[in-house]
Design a binder for this molecule. Structure first.
Ligand code: HEM
Ligand code: PLO
Length: 485
């Protein structure tokens, strides 16, 4: 209704006592696809029960925009689940903390710190280019071998976030880096999968393989974070702020020294640790995943790769490396990145939102405490909005002259929107652009001859993962025999 409370009753999947609608969802590991297909029977907006939790599934951009933007504040909550509570020590981070004054304060701090060290800072561009150069060096050394690029891409991205958070970086084969790779994979494999333990908290008392793995991985992560934290606390003097960790320490120091401390805004050590843990985890897993998808699509669509390279040859040439300021010169590369983010959204169901009051979506009333899942897969594959949505076609993001990028449809939200919008969008786009530009200026990426094209099917989880694959990086003709500085 016009007052915004809604009158209609939402269609829901059949539900049984205790298990709810689990029977319709069980046996479908690709939850985003299952929820996408259920639209056929229940419409684009429907409800279901996960055990005792009522969940509303949003599959259209109109409703998604209503939830995230128009009624952003009413839907700004987060559910508490067993696995995310373990990951964030009971919601002391940003991503899995529910809406409240302390969360708002933390978000504002990190946003300010990220703009100070990151976005628009020459230092950050330098760091990314340093890592891009190192990545190219590794690719060059592995010339014509069938290489698993994943660890190399991860190291490049990790070093950028590491510089930002801790003012440090990893060399190849660093044991701490290997440990980080392993624990982070374990966390991605187990956290927030709406696994049984998230639906039935009492299952915690039973041995659960996933939960045991998560706890083991968190122990390693916690040691690593704690060590960085202790080092920073010892070295911190308040004069120079080297990184995000220092920036957080400084804010806390200022608050402690203030004569009128704001009640309810006390940041404990746990809050600082979990906040950095979020930025570190989000910074690494998301950007790396997009880079892997980009490489995979370039193997499948060599003509797209060729067009990117032609654009680069024309606008940049061979005499210099790509800079961030080249972004307006390379619309086809930018369009390719946009298309990768559309066709394989990193976060296919975002992070679940929770309604903080009785409210509505469209004409339907939504009770306080409902979980709201935005199915970004459905939004990005809506046939009414996208022409042949499963086709990889960067040109859909280009204007008639091929000079500017724009989304042809409002049904596009790769970073979410509103109060809970991604904090790292600017940073991620800087990295994606520079890493791809550096690599493609010099190399052509191909599928090793004796191997079939790797699968484009993702693996659902807290991020939409790419299956392992190998790549041959061939030095481009123009670069053979040249020395580049
Ligand atoms: C949240 C996408 C990179 C930090 C999110 C959300 C999405 C997203 C869809 C959830 C929004 C919601 O629940 O409504 C992406 C994509 C990335 C990326 C596609 C890469 C291409 C990054 C990076 C960082 C970051 C590099 C760190 C610097 C965060 C944080 C949140 C978040 C902290 C939680 C925000 C909150 O709950 O208030 N991101 N992200 N992301 N992202 Fe990103
Ligand atoms: C990735 C594994 C890390 O070890 C811990 C971590 C922290 C923040 C999470 C991130 C993981 C996955 C991607 C998330 C991010 C917060 C925002 C981001 C969920 C679990 C997205 C895409 O929403």
């Amino acid at each position: 209704g016009p007052t915004g409370t809604g009158t209609g009753r939402l269609r829901s999947l059949p539900a049984l006592p205790l298990v709810g609608s689990l029977l319709q969802l069980a046996g479908h590991p690709q939850l985003h696809l299952r929820l996408w297909r259920l639209q056929g029977r229940y419409g684009s907006l429907y409800g279901l029960w996960m055990g005792s939790h009522y969940v509303v599934v949003v599959n259209s951009y109109r409703h998604a925009r209503e939830v995230l933007l128009k009624k952003g504040k009413a839907f700004a909550g987060r559910p508490r689940t067993v696995t995310t509570d373990l990951l964030s020590r009971g919601g002391k981070d940003i991503a899995f903390a529910s809406y409240g004054p302390l969360w708002k304060f933390q978000r504002k701090l990190v946003h300010a710190a990220l703009s100070m060290f990151g976005e628009g800072s020459v230092a950050l561009e330098k760091i990314i280019c340093r890592e891009a150069a190192s990545l190219c060096e590794t690719l060059g050394a592995a010339q014509d071998m069938a290489l698993d690029m994943a660890p190399e891409l991860t190291r490049a991205v990790t070093n950028v976030v590491c510089s930002l958070c801790f003012n440090s970086s990893y060399r190849r084969g660093d044991p701490e880096f290997e440990a980080m790779l392993e624990y982070s994979q374990g966390i991605v494999d187990t956290v927030a999968k709406e696994s049984l333990v998230d639906i039935f908290p009492w299952l915690q008392i039973f041995p659960n393989r996933d939960l045991a793995l998560l706890k083991r991985c968190l122990k390693v992560r916690d040691q690593l974070l704690q060590q960085k934290f202790t080092e920073h606390k010892e070295a911190f003097c308040g004069d120079t702020v080297r990184d995000l960790m220092d920036a957080l320490l400084q804010v806390r120091l200022n608050a402690e020294n203030s004569s009128s401390p704001e009640p309810g805004l006390e940041l404990t050590d746990d809050h600082l640790l979990m906040t950095v843990g979020d930025i570190f985890g989000a910074g690494v897993e998301t950007t790396t995943t997009v880079l892997k998808w980009a490489v995979l699509y370039l193997l499948h669509y060599p003509e797209v790769q060729k067009k990117i390279q032609e654009e680069m040859d024309q606008k940049i040439g061979l005499a210099r490396h790509p800079h961030l300021s080249d972004r307006p010169l390379l619309p086809y590369l930018e369009a390719t990145i946009s298309e990768v983010l559309r066709i394989r959204p990193v976060s296919p169901l975002l992070i679940p939102h929770v309604s903080l009051a009785d409210t509505s979506i469209g004409e339907y009333s939504i009770p306080k405490g409902a979980r709201v899942v935005i199915n970004l897969w459905s939004v990005h594959h809506d046939e009414k909005e996208w022409d042949k949505p499963e086709e990889f076609n960067p040109e859909r993001f280009l204007d008639e002259q091929g000079q500017h990028i724009h989304s042809p449809s409002p049904s596009y939200l790769p970073f979410g929107a509103g109060i809970r919008v991604c904090l790292g969008e600017v940073l991620a786009k800087m990295e994606l652009f520079l890493f791809l530009a550096w690599v493609l200026q010099r190399f052509t990426l191909e599928c090793p001859q004796d191997q079939p094209l790797p699968s484009l099917e993702g693996k659902f989880g807290v991020v939409l993962q790419v299956q392992k694959f190998r790549v041959k990086a061939r030095l481009r003709e123009a670069w053979r025999g040249e020395t580049v500085g």
